[in-house]
Write a protein that binds this ligand. Structure first.
Ligand code: UTP
Length: 279
């Protein structure tokens, strides 16, 4: 784990219903769906650790207790496999448990991503923090997306969102930004729209599930009215910061799989499997 990151805490909003994976997600959190042998949220926690964070704040909801159990010791199981060849399969998760602190709070009503982030405020306090949506699985051989974003935070000291170019016909699935490209792949954001129709989209640069947020976002979220779909949207709150010139959008290096959709989930599984086989 990298030492002395300026960002210490990573928030995981994980309260959503995951309806696209029903019935699998009827009693199991979407974040616990595995890609090969690891649940999605473990990939996210590893990415945060690699970016120097050791405090994981997780916003859960009803039916999500499996997440808490995953990041805890399982005495009986560990006793059973102790000394066998299977013991090494738990090495990664043991490393996480031994090096991170986990805290949890529940979002009682699913009022949107912005509301989920606001629900996490008591776990964060007054400090800048990262946000990972675990269903966006990001892979990069050399440096994780969050590590790249921490570097940018250190330079710009404002909120950072990760973006990628999408098919212009798909803008109604994302928050979409526009801004001034101040360095290659780095934009000072001046417009943000949640899920615009293709004809209304300001660009094809879509926000993906990685953010670094400054703590004033909580006060803004308190004042943010429900927007698209009646939900409190993080995009609307970020637009407030963008008006002050305080949001940077970053075209990250790496690959993202939208594991909240069946297509992305299967693609991630196949590609990570092939990679594992070819190692
Ligand atoms: P999604 O839009 O993917 O929604 O949320 P979902 O409910 O998880 O999945 P579907 O669309 O029904 O299949 C994006 C992220 O925001 C979190 C989700 O857990 C997911 O990580 N979220 C969303 C919350 O924590 N609370 C909310 O009220 C909404």
């Amino acid at each position: 784990m990298k030492k002395n990151s300026t960002i210490k805490v990573c928030l995981f909003p994980a309260a959503g219903y995951g309806t696209r994976f029903l019935p699998a997600t009827k009693s199991m959190p979407k974040e616990m769906l595995p890609i090969l042998t690891k649940p999605l949220i473990q990939y996210g926690v590893e990415e945060a650790m690699n970016a120097g964070m050791n405090t994981m704040a997780i916003v859960t909801g009803r039916g999500k207790r499996a997440i808490e159990d995953h990041f805890d010791i399982s005495y009986e199981l560990e006793h059973q496999i102790k000394g066998t060849t299977k013991e090494k399969m738990l090495a990664d998760i043991r490393h996480i448990i031994d090096n991170c602190t986990f805290s949890y709070t529940r979002q009682k009503e699913m009022k949107g991503l912005g509301h989920a982030i606001l629900t996490g405020e008591p776990l964060i306090g007054h400090q800048p923090f990262a946000v990972i949506l675990a269903d966006d699985l990001c892979v990069n051989e050399s440096q994780g997306v969050l590590s790249q974003m921490v570097k940018l935070y250190e330079k710009f000291q404002c909120s950072i969102v990760a973006i990628e170019e999408i098919d212009p016909q798909q803008t109604d699935k994302y928050g979409v930004i526009a801004g001034i490209e101040i360095e290659p792949g780095i934009f000072r954001v001046n417009t943000m729209v949640e899920k615009p129709a293709p004809e209304d989209a300001p660009s094809n640069l879509a926000i993906i599930g990685r953010y670094i947020l400054t703590p004033d976002i909580f006060d803004i979220l308190q004042q943010t009215k429900p927007g698209k779909a009646g939900e409190i949207q993080i995009t609307d709150a970020l637009m407030e910061q963008a008006r002050q010139g305080n949001v940077i959008a970053y075209k990250f290096n790496g690959k993202r799989y939208d594991c909240g959709s069946i297509d992305g989930y299967v693609q991630a599984t196949v590609e990570l499997y092939n990679e594992m086989k070819n190692k």
